[in-house]
Design a protein around this ligand. Structure first.
Ligand code: FE2
Length: 437
């Protein structure tokens, strides 16, 4: 892409992202911004200034080689030095000061964007550092959206409902045995953990054509799924007991029915929407009850990207082009998942629907580096999280921006977490009579 075009694209992405940050932080008052709505979340005003601080560190100081704007606040907004539970007690910048700080940093970034040469240095080639900062801010915007979902008080966010189902989608899709290319070597703004591209050979499997819906999940609850340790892993059952789990987060009994709370508004649970706000242990228990299992991360990605006609892996299920509103429920255009069958144009070549958008999908795979992984540009983005502790989630949610969502994009969290917009679909091994399909 020519430099002028790349500059325009970066400027547009930065501005579009900042509008979303403003929407999330201007919609509540100063007290609300300073308050901690849950001990596992930051006060919104911490996220706000942290976004500015990362932009300062990477773009103003590293790429631009400029003098620090606020060296004195680096520690306050260092996510590794300040655990979330401690953040409300810190001497945080009050909202007006945080907003002014973000504006100062952004002005310097626009100034440097006019002059920067997108040369061979890996940090600036193809505008990578700018793309990384856009994605970072969008990731915090999704986190802030999850904080809004936990916030007590009158509703402040509104959005039109997602589109209705265009056609029924049910059942499973057979994925034949064979190799596919996982990860990417070419997507210019892909992050270190998505690299390098590598071949993975998978045995045949079946994967659900759509995410598990509220209606499906309600049957698991009604069948006593939460009270039967047979369906739960040992750690899962222990957590279910300690945490007293009986239904997805934000669900409440309503006579014989269920209601859920979404951004301050109660409504009856809709059976045709993908279930959201379940932890990995709940997802695994449901899958076991259904006679299935969670897909591995590689199974998820092959179902999403592999094109049997060419043998190639696509950037997205529908092709290489960026998502449009016809493909997927992304970017907080809507405030909840769309019904199953709402995005036929977003299906993969094999006919798997709604892999991108709606809900993050739990996989059974712990978060580790691909063969040949190299941390770039800093170990703390992903390498320090590698190991057995975190599980990979794929595909993005209704709260994920298109800039931070690709067929190769990897998210990770603790298997107990469910304040995130997390759902799942199931997979299974073929029966002997299905293996040759
Ligand atoms: Fe961050």
């Amino acid at each position: 892409m020519p430099d002028t075009q790349l500059r325009d694209r970066i400027a547009a992405e930065l501005a579009r992202t900042r509008q979303r940050t403003a929407l999330l932080t201007d919609s509540v008052d100063a007290d609300d911004l300073m308050r901690q709505h849950s001990t596992i979340m930051s006060p919104l005003v911490w996220d706000l200034a942290h976004v500015g601080n990362q932009e300062e560190l990477w773009l103003v100081r590293d790429v631009g080689g400029r003098e620090p704007v606020r060296h004195d606040i680096d520690d306050l907004y260092d996510a590794f030095k300040q655990p979330r539970r401690d953040r409300p007690a810190l001497p945080l910048l009050p909202p007006a000061e945080a907003r002014a700080y973000l504006r100062t940093v952004r002005d310097k970034v626009f100034d440097l964007l006019d002059r920067v040469r997108f040369d061979e240095r890996p940090l600036v080639a193809d505008g990578f550092a700018f793309g990384m900062i856009v994605q970072h801010e969008q990731q915090h915007d999704e986190t802030m959206l999850a904080t809004h979902q936990l916030r007590i008080g009158p509703p402040v966010l509104t959005a039109p409902p997602p589109p209705p189902a265009a056609r029924p989608v049910r059942g499973e899709v057979f994925v034949p045995a064979g190799p596919f290319e996982m990860g990417t070597a070419t997507d210019p703004w892909a992050l270190d953990n998505e690299r390098p591209a590598h071949r993975v050979h998978l045995p045949a499997y079946l994967i659900d054509a759509a995410p598990v819906s509220n209606g499906d999940y309600r049957a698991f609850i009604a069948d006593g799924g939460y009270d039967d340790p047979r369906w739960w892993s040992d750690e899962g059952w222990a957590h279910r007991c300690v945490a007293g789990l009986t239904a997805p987060m934000h669900w409440q009994r309503d006579g014989d029915d269920w209601s859920y709370l979404r951004f301050g508004r109660w409504s009856p649970v809709r059976d045709d929407e993908p279930v959201v706000h379940v932890c990995c242990y709940e997802a695994q228990a449901y899958a076991a009850w259904a006679g299935k299992r969670l897909p591995t991360e590689a199974e998820w990605e092959k179902a999403a990207r592999w094109d049997p006609a060419t043998g190639r892996s696509r950037r997205y299920p529908w092709g290489d082009g960026d998502p449009t509103p016809a493909h997927a429920n992304l970017g907080q255009r809507h405030l909840w998942p769309a019904p199953v069958g709402a995005y036929p144009a977003g299906a993969s070549p094999l006919g798997v629907h709604q892999l991108i958008g709606d809900v993050w999908e739990w996989t059974s795979t712990p978060f580790t580096g691909y063969p040949g992984f190299t941390a770039f540009p800093y170990r703390e983005y992903s390498e320090v999280f590698f190991g057995d502790t975190y599980r990979v989630l794929r595909g993005g949610s209704f709260g994920t921006d298109r800039a931070a969502c690709r067929g190769t994009f990897r998210n990770w969290d603790l298997p107990i977490r469910r304040q995130i917009f997390s759902g799942f679909r199931c997979a299974r091994d073929p029966r002997p009579d299905e293996a040759g399909r």
